[in-house]
Design a protein around this ligand. Structure first.
Ligand code: SR1
Length: 347
């Protein structure tokens, strides 16, 4: 299934990507991209789940378009392993490293070692607090605000809520800031329980917790689960308990599998707010490429998310990410970290 999704994505990559790869270097690009032979490492903390698969596919497509050799290191939710992989990438002599999530305490010093060796470093969703390391993110404050505004629109400003959250992940921490403010602005919104797990089976582990929470708190009507794996877990729990008709789930992220879960008959998953993860992966590689080319980039690079309600997806007949990209053109592109010499029509 995942293989199929990636094949579908690569099938959508237009011809010029192949032309660039065949040419050995990119005509009209600045050095070193004009001659080719640039290697970039993508070192991910989380290797499981649709978001991260799609992010990687986007990074690979953008790398291919730049004739970059992208070395992918899957961290498999292991901080020590991810740290070791940064050292391996330094030893390989890559031109740049993209860090995709991770724990700041295990990455900060090795990222600095890379910088000291002249290797460019880009961080997606891990806050390394280093002025030399640009941060890519998905406007997480806006993302959470759009989801919570929709929750307030659907349920009013007074409801009992469950909240899925794990501290220590930069995007979840940013979304949490908005949730805290939302609660303090709306005293009728009561957080009855907080739960969530991030591991290699996030959805099912979160489902086990959600089942206990929802059984113990039958008055919970809304769950804010701002990560699609959390939302899947909550939906699974609601279905198992037979309470899907009295629960509404608001989330982040989207994939073809998510769209199917959101739009299916009787689904309690009523809205999500998302970017196209493949676009975010592409933006991360572009940021690294611009740095390698010695070009200016802002310190904070954001990709804007879109609100997708169950109602709007059903009404537009959206069944897949490809449908979504067709119906919402902004979803398949971002002008973040762009330059005239970087191919941008990847999907
Ligand atoms: C555990 S962090 C999960 C989040 O990272 C990405 O930002 C995705 O949006 C996902 O929700």
């Amino acid at each position: 299934m995942k293989r199929l999704a990636r094949l579908a994505l690569s099938a959508a990559i237009p011809l010029f990507v192949c032309e660039a790869a065949l040419a050995g270097g990119l005509a009209g690009a600045p050095a070193p991209f004009d001659k080719g032979g640039v290697t970039i490492a993508l070192i991910s903390y989380i290797s499981a789940g649709d978001f991260f698969q799609s992010y990687q596919a986007g990074a690979e497509a953008q790398a291919k378009s730049l004739d970059v050799d992208l070395r992918v290191f899957p961290g498999r939710q292991d901080a020590a392993k991810q740290r070791e992989q940064v050292l391996q990438a330094i030893n390989l002599g890559v031109s740049a490293i993209v860090l995709d999530h991770g724990l700041p305490e295990s990455l900060g010093d090795v990222a600095q070692q890379a910088l000291d060796k002249g290797i460019k470093v880009v961080a997606f969703d891990v806050n390394l607090d280093n002025p030399k390391i640009p941060q890519v993110e998905q406007s997480d404050h806006e993302l959470a605000q759009l989801a919570l505004d929709q929750a307030a629109k659907d349920n009013g400003k007074s409801f009992k809520a469950g909240y899925a959250y794990v501290a220590g992940f930069a995007p979840l921490d940013r979304r949490n800031e908005v949730w805290e403010k939302f609660k303090s602005d709306n005293s009728g919104v009561v957080e009855k329980a907080r739960f969530g797990v991030v591991n290699d089976t996030t959805a099912t582990s979160t489902a086990d917790q959600a089942k206990a929470v929802l059984s113990a708190n039958p008055d919970i009507k809304v769950v804010f689960a701002p990560y699609d794996e959390f939302a899947r877990g909550v939906k699974l729990a609601a279905n198992d308990l037979g309470i899907a008709d009295r629960l509404k789930i608001y989330s982040a992220d989207v994939s073809t599998a998510d769209i199917q879960e959101i739009t299916e008959e009787g689904s309690p998953w009523v809205a999500t707010v998302a970017t196209n993860p493949a676009v975010v992966g592409a933006v991360s590689v572009r940021t690294a490429a611009l740095q390698v080319a010695g070009q200016e980039i802002p310190h904070r690079i954001t990709v804007k998310p879109t609100l997708l309600t169950q109602e709007s997806l059903r009404a537009a007949g959206v069944k897949t990410i490809e449908d979504l990209a067709q119906k919402v053109p902004a979803f398949s592109t971002s002008d973040a970290a762009s330059a005239s010499w970087i191919p941008d029509k990847l999907f």
